[in-house]
Ligand binder design. Structure first.
Ligand SMILES: [Fe+2]
Length: 478
């Protein structure tokens, strides 16, 4: 009994210590030396195979081109031959959803054959009293021809509600998603540089076990790297999650995919497959490579910035950012977060300086708007900084976090500059993902989950206070 009481007291003391440490990280980051994690990482894991065994097709719903690894180009051609058509299963494929304004959702999916761009939906499984028809597009890339890429916007939808839906009126696959809440609290998952390796699979399993509302991806999705069927396999890999929660993405360098002479247009596959709401919201950008959106009734404003399109002074992106930030009312918008691909602050040896030009072009604007946090990818590791502006700690500046640790084929970036800069609070080269819970109008809890072998382990956790609620930082901006 006495031992149990002692253990309880010990546990309580440890909990208090952890809480105090967490509070210290929030309030007094300058007083703490930066930490370079000593965690010993497990070895790299293989890229997932594009070819699925027939045994994997237990539900009989995997399209034929997956089972025998036919590129969609070949599938599309074979489908022109009438007597071969019955050999193909033509279910909607690679389904994912994204938010459009406060109460609508875009559903995107691919079919091998001609099919209507229609989504039927309702709040009861098997019953679809509502429907919406959108658009269909295709793209070609050297010899590759995509399937039919459909998208349709559905709504208005009720918040925090599960909807069931099917695509192209196909009865064989029913999907469902939960709409985000209209008020706080609100839960994000944030992870970049996903790729499609066994580590990606591990990360996705951990995300699937989380209770979250929206996933934010700061670039580098499929690592197709010009091999277009890899976009299809990536779409299938993420479909179980991306068809159930909105995935809001911005571009990374692996989305550019330009080939001299043959394919001079950048972002061809990315733009065709992952259409985001650049024409919606309070300040539409008109460009798919950067946009913003609001959640929880405007309590959180999310900036999805483009690291690989023009961001210099006078550019369209810079002008849109100015208009977008000016339109934010910090009396009602508790948090503003931004996503970029190449980090503006990093003490990793990988990709040194690649985010500097964008930081020089945009940092002042984000600082002036009291942006609360900036999340980046690109560097395949985790790092959290203090609130920084102009390279120095500043209590009214954003917290900077790098989460380029989704699990891609290029492996981890484990070399750091030494000594650790004073503004770098914690750095660790492991795969994982982040969770940002905006708890209320004044506080958000950031937690980074390391893929510790096959278990998600909270390896960093810190409270982030809203700058709008900080009188010392609030400029009484409207
Ligand atoms: Fe990258």
């Amino acid at each position: 009994m006495a031992m149990a009481r002692g253990r309880r007291r010990g546990t309580a003391a440890l909990a208090l210590l952890a809480l105090a440490a967490s509070a210290a990280l929030t309030l007094l980051p300058a007083c703490l030396a930066g930490v370079t994690s000593p965690y010993v990482r497990p070895p790299p894991r293989a890229t997932l195979s594009l070819i699925h065994d027939d045994d994997d097709d237990a539900d009989g719903q995997t399209p034929l081109q997956v089972r025998v690894a036919l590129p969609l180009t070949v599938s599309v051609l074979l489908l022109k031959i009438p007597f071969l058509r019955p050999l193909f299963r033509l279910e909607p494929d690679q389904v994912h959803i994204s938010m459009v304004g406060p109460d609508k959702m875009r559903v995107t999916w691919i079919t091998s054959d001609d099919a209507p761009a229609t989504v039927e939906y309702g709040t009861t499984s098997g019953q679809y009293p509502f429907s919406s028809t959108g658009n269909t597009t295709t793209y070609s890339f050297v010899l590759y021809k995509s399937g039919n890429i459909h998208d349709a916007v559905i709504g208005p939808l009720q918040p925090s509600t599960t909807y069931y839906y099917r695509c192209s009126s196909n009865p064989s696959r029913e999907f469902s998603f939960r709409t985000p809440p209209a008020t706080l609290p609100f839960k994000f998952v944030i992870v970049g540089d996903l790729g499609q390796t066994e580590w990606t699979d591990s990360t996705l399993k951990h995300i699937a076990a989380a209770d979250y509302d929206v996933l934010l991806l700061p670039g580098d999705l499929s690592y197709a790297d010009l091999v277009q069927p890899r976009w299809d396999s990536f779409g299938r890999l993420v479909e179980p999650l991306a068809s159930a929660r909105p995935w809001m993405v911005t571009q990374g360098n692996h989305e550019v995919e330009k080939l001299p002479v043959l394919e001079p247009t950048p972002f061809k596959a990315y733009n065709a497959r992952w259409r985001m709401p650049y024409d919606a919201g309070a300040t539409p950008s008109g460009d798919s490579l950067y946009y913003s959106f609001e959640i929880a009734g405007g309590a959180v404003h999310v900036l999805m910035l483009g690291s690989y399109t023009d961001f210099a002074a006078g550019s369209a992106q810079r002008e849109w950012l100015r208009r977008d930030l000016e339109a934010i009312d910090r009396r009602s918008t508790a948090f503003v977060v931004a996503l970029v691909h190449a980090p503006w602050y990093s003490s990793n040896e990988a990709h040194r300086g690649e985010g500097d030009a964008m930081r020089e072009a945009m940092e002042e604007a984000l600082y002036g708007a009291r942006v609360d946090a900036v999340f980046a990818g690109h560097v395949h590791a985790y790092e959290r900084f203090a609130r920084v502006y102009g390279g120095k700690e500043d209590p009214c500046a954003p917290v900077y976090v790098t989460v380029g640790d989704g699990g891609n084929k290029e492996g981890l970036a484990g070399e750091y500059i030494d000594p650790q800069p004073a503004v770098s609070a914690l750095r660790e080269a492991s795969f994982g993902h982040g969770r940002l819970e905006v708890v209320n109008a004044t506080h958000a809890l950031w937690a980074w989950q390391r893929n510790d072998d096959d278990l998600p382990v909270v390896a960093d956790q810190v409270w982030i206070a809203s700058l709008a609620a900080n009188p010392a930082c609030n400029r009484n901006k409207k």
